[in-house]
Design a protein around this ligand. Structure first.
Ligand SMILES: Cc1cc2nc3c(=O)[nH]c(=O)nc-3n(C[C@H](O)[C@H](O)[C@H](O)COP(=O)(O)OP(=O)(O)OC[C@H]3O[C@@H](n4cnc5c(N)ncnc54)[C@H](O)[C@@H]3O)c2cc1C
Length: 432
């Protein structure tokens, strides 16, 4: 058996069921496809991959390559669309098996379908490794996914989560060594990365998880997670979870150990509750397929909106009439990260104040966020636009009030806006 392992959002050797299965083979070739379409302007006139996630991803690829080198392997990076590259590679290597982690995005599933058509003789195996529960562990059929998060949470909260698997320690031989098949090798040192505190890869992910759980921060997570700023106020696990450098089951296992050692409380439980949001969006996104990106969303409503490229550009660059929104957008642009509070405020501003089509906001986030996840991003935007699986309807945040509550002394706004006034000039007469 000759196997190709197609990497995606599973850039790790720890708790990686697909990689473990792929290693049961005579030969193994590890491939990551950097899709040129990520850099082209698409439907929303934006490339889908911005500089921050690209740099973070390259660091993760480099780190994975380092890990497998100690097992006699190299990661092959192809700068080509997977559905074109993988069948060709399989033919050249006489590979008869393609293994990958289960894909949750409709685009990736479409690629797999195309590979099946082009290479019908290739055995394709998918293993679940991106979520806490496998589809078989869900206490309902996917077709009967609860229509709201709270119902989902009630049903899955007590389901036993499988223990994470051990890291891969040995690998079969690689068949491509010296064959020149790979269009480009990994040549990155990550030096163009400006995201500051986030460094891509499994080693950095583990270091961050250990640091976070060695502190007492999880004990106060529920009180601090809503803050607009502050490294320590939330776990900052999302970039590593979503690139797959960190297994979500490993996080929960370590969190359980933390609770056993330091005690559990509402806060430690709340971290798990937030991870269930991530879980819910994955299954919802899978069920919605391309409808995840539809203007009318889950509810098939048509929000009132118009399109103004100028207003959209002001929002992207942080030049709106709202200093708090500007600060958030500038942080996002500079670092690729924004707190959950900040994301909610700027999304509400785009939808309710600037009256723009929410999908353009989602597309901007897709490009900018280091922790971009298709289902979580587009699902959250649907919620705020009032077209998502949410009984409460959309979210309209009062920006002035938000500034008073979350940045009362204006420090966050001054940091990102310089001398710009922390309050909009017309705030006294504003009905915001
Ligand atoms: C408009 C909008 C777009 C968003 N886009 C993304 C995205 O592309 N990728 C992403 O990971 N998160 C997204 N979020 C959710 C949330 O803002 C981030 O998960 C969170 O800010 C990440 O920081 P953290 O890891 O410190 O979170 P913590 O508060 O420490 O939460 C722990 C983990 O729980 C999960 N989580 C937390 N909040 C949410 C949520 N609202 N929905 C789903 N999962 C959640 C994440 O995996 C997170 O790492 C979005 C939120 C909004 C409002």
């Amino acid at each position: 058996m000759n196997t190709i392992y197609w990497l995606g959002n599973d850039l790790r050797i720890d708790d990686n069921p697909a990689l473990l299965a792929a290693c049961k083979s005579d030969s193994l070739d590890l491939v990551y496809c950097v899709d040129p379409r990520w850099f082209e302007t698409g439907r929303y006139k934006l490339p889908t991959l911005g500089i921050h996630r690209w740099s973070f991803l390259r660091q993760a690829l480099q780190d994975f390559d380092r890990s497998v080198q100690s097992m006699g392997q190299r990661l092959l990076v192809a700068y080509e669309a997977p559905e074109r590259f993988l069948p060709r590679l399989a033919e050249r290597l006489a590979a008869n098996r393609l293994v990958c982690s289960r894909r949750f995005s409709s685009e990736s599933n479409q690629m797999l379908a195309e590979i099946k058509v082009v290479a019908p003789e290739l055995l394709i195996e998918q293993y679940e490794g991106y979520t806490l529960l496998s589809e078989a562990q869900l206490p309902f059929d996917l077709g009967n996914l609860p229509e709201t998060y709270s119902k989902f949470r009630r049903q899955v909260e007590s389901v036993a989560i499988n223990l994470p698997m051990n890291a891969v320690t040995t690998m079969p031989r690689q068949s491509t060594t010296g064959s020149g098949l790979v269009s480009e090798s990994l040549a990155c040192d990550g030096s163009d990365f400006e995201g500051g505190q986030f460094k891509g890869g499994e080693a950095a992910a583990n270091e961050h998880l250990v640091t976070y759980l060695n502190s007492d921060l999880p004990l106060t997570y529920k009180q601090t997670r809503n803050e607009i700023d502050g490294w320590e106020n939330s776990s900052k696990l999302s970039p590593w979870l979503n690139s797959g450098s960190l297994s979500v089951r490993r996080v929960v296992q370590r969190l359980n150990e933390f609770e056993a050692e330091k005690g559990s409380n509402e806060s430690t439980h709340w971290l798990f509750v937030e991870l269930l949001w991530r879980e819910y969006f994955q299954w919802l996104g899978l069920q919605l397929g391309p409808d995840l990106f539809e203007f009318g969303g889950v509810l098939k409503r048509q929000p009132l909106t118009d399109f103004s490229p100028e207003r959209f550009s002001m929002w992207c660059k942080g030049n709106t009439p709202y200093p708090l929104v500007n600060a958030c957008m500038r942080e996002l642009l500079a670092t690729g990260y924004l707190s959950n509070r900040g994301r909610q405020i700027v999304a509400s501003c785009l939808i309710n104040e600037l009256k723009l089509d929410w999908r353009y906001g989602a597309a901007w986030f897709q490009q900018q966020l280091i922790d971009y996840d298709t289902a979580v991003n587009w699902g959250n935007w649907q919620y705020i636009a009032g077209v998502g699986a949410d009984p409460r309807g959309g979210r309209h945040f009062n920006i002035l009030k938000q500034a008073q509550i979350y940045d009362g002394d204006g420090r966050y706004q001054r940091h990102w806006n310089g001398n710009e006034s922390p309050l909009p000039e017309d705030s006294r007469n504003s009905n915001l």
